[in-house]
Ligand binder design. Structure first.
Ligand SMILES: C[S@@+](CC[C@H](N)C(=O)[O-])C[C@H]1O[C@@H](n2cnc3c(N)ncnc32)[C@H](O)[C@@H]1O
Length: 232
């Protein structure tokens, strides 16, 4: 069971206003001009627009319910996705591709450096030499923690979210509830410097680290958007 199974029907209303990353990932898929593997594909928020733009997308996710919603969304949009149940640390994909993406902070579901290393190593294995891994993560600022800690906030109409931050453990226990379901999950963050070191250790060269999807350089803010190239 995945914590996302219980909120598969709530996920799209919950993330309705998250659109800023779609054009960025679409542009990266165009640049790659080949099959894209999305790790943690969820309900296809990114994968469906990429497929509608002409990309072949293989989507891997550990939540069967999220994949069911994704398949429905793809059918509604009239696009085909190759959806596979599996763990992003050991994705059930044999082929080698020019682009692997892991959007919307899915790597924060990996809690230790060992798990992050497995995740990055698995992404590297999927890539042809010179292929790219593109993902985004965050590391919260003190203001964000102070503003949101322990409070139920209405993120979207009828969708409530509560963040419980642990700054010592660097974990966020995130709860969400709405008419379509509720769940609680724990995310773990590390700094951008730590992500860089893990990428190099896993066999990547960092091509770019942006501070947002408009490709502004990373300047120490909460969000970081990474383009990493398989080094050999
Ligand atoms: C924040 S959602 C992102 C979904 C989608 N990429 C998007 O941008 O909307 C995280 C997704 O990662 C999946 N996930 C979490 N841990 C995973 C794991 N170890 N292996 C595969 N999928 C995982 C969840 O089921 C969920 O669908």
């Amino acid at each position: 069971m995945s914590a996302y199974d219980a909120i598969a029907e709530l996920y799209d209303p919950w993330s309705a206003s998250v659109t800023e990353d779609i054009g960025f990932y679409r542009d990266e898929a165009r640049r790659a001009s080949g099959t894209v593997v999305e790790l943690g594909v969820g309900t296809g928020r990114i994968a469906v627009p990429l497929a509608a733009d002409g990309a072949r997308v293989i989507g891997v996710d550990s939540s069967r319910r999220m994949l069911e919603v994704c398949a429905r969304r793809a059918a509604l949009a009239g696009v085909e996705l190759d959806l596979r149940v599996g763990d992003l640390r050991d994705p059930p994909v044999d082929e080698r591709v020019p682009l692997v993406i892991c959007p919307f902070r899915s790597y924060l579901h990996l809690h230790t450096d060992a798990e992050r290393g497995q995740g990055l190593g698995a992404a590297r294995e999927l890539l042809v030499p010179g292929g790219r891994l593109v993902f985004d993560v965050f590391s919260p600022g003190a203001d964000d923690i102070a503003e949101t800690n322990g409070r139920w906030l209405e993120r979207e109409p009828g969708v409530w979210e509560r963040a419980d931050w642990d700054e010592d453990l660097r974990t966020l226990t995130l709860s969400v509830r709405g008419d379509e379901g509720e769940s609680t999950m724990t995310l773990a963050w590390i700094s951008a410097d730590e992500w860089r070191a893990l990428l190099v250790e896993a066999g990547f060269e960092v091509e770019a680290c942006y501070g947002w999807f408009d490709r502004r350089p990373f300047g120490g803010g909460e969000d970081s958007v990474w383009i990493a190239r398989r080094s050999s």
